[in-house]
Design a protein. Structure first.
Length: 101
């Protein structure tokens, strides 16, 4: 079920953020790892989850923020994520505190 939800979230984000994102999904992600194999967003639900998958897993904005065609999509994802969740950083951008281990 989670895989189906993730797939839906990625394609919904592709429709919202334009054909450049859809093409990136169709030809692989920038880091070469399909969103279905990544789990950084698994603790989120709803729109926050979908935006996280699009930012962290499908577009890999944390690793390739200025990749051609990615900058505008990453900025829009960040703006919407902050508006919806109140968080300024995505889970893939948060560096764990060494004292938390």
């Amino acid at each position: 079920m989670r895989s189906l939800r993730r797939t839906f979230a990625v394609f919904a984000a592709a429709l919202v953020f334009g054909p450049g994102t859809a093409l990136a999904i169709g030809h692989g992600t920038p880091d070469g790892s399909p969103p279905a194999e990544e789990a950084v967003c698994d603790d989120l639900i709803g729109a926050g989850y979908g935006l996280c998958v699009a930012f962290c897993e499908a577009n890999d904005c944390d690793q390739f923020p200025t990749k051609k065609g990615n900058k505008k999509a990453c900025e829009a994802l960040r703006t919407n994520y902050a508006r919806i969740t109140g968080e300024l950083a995505f889970p893939c951008e948060v560096v764990p505190d060494p004292g938390d281990s």
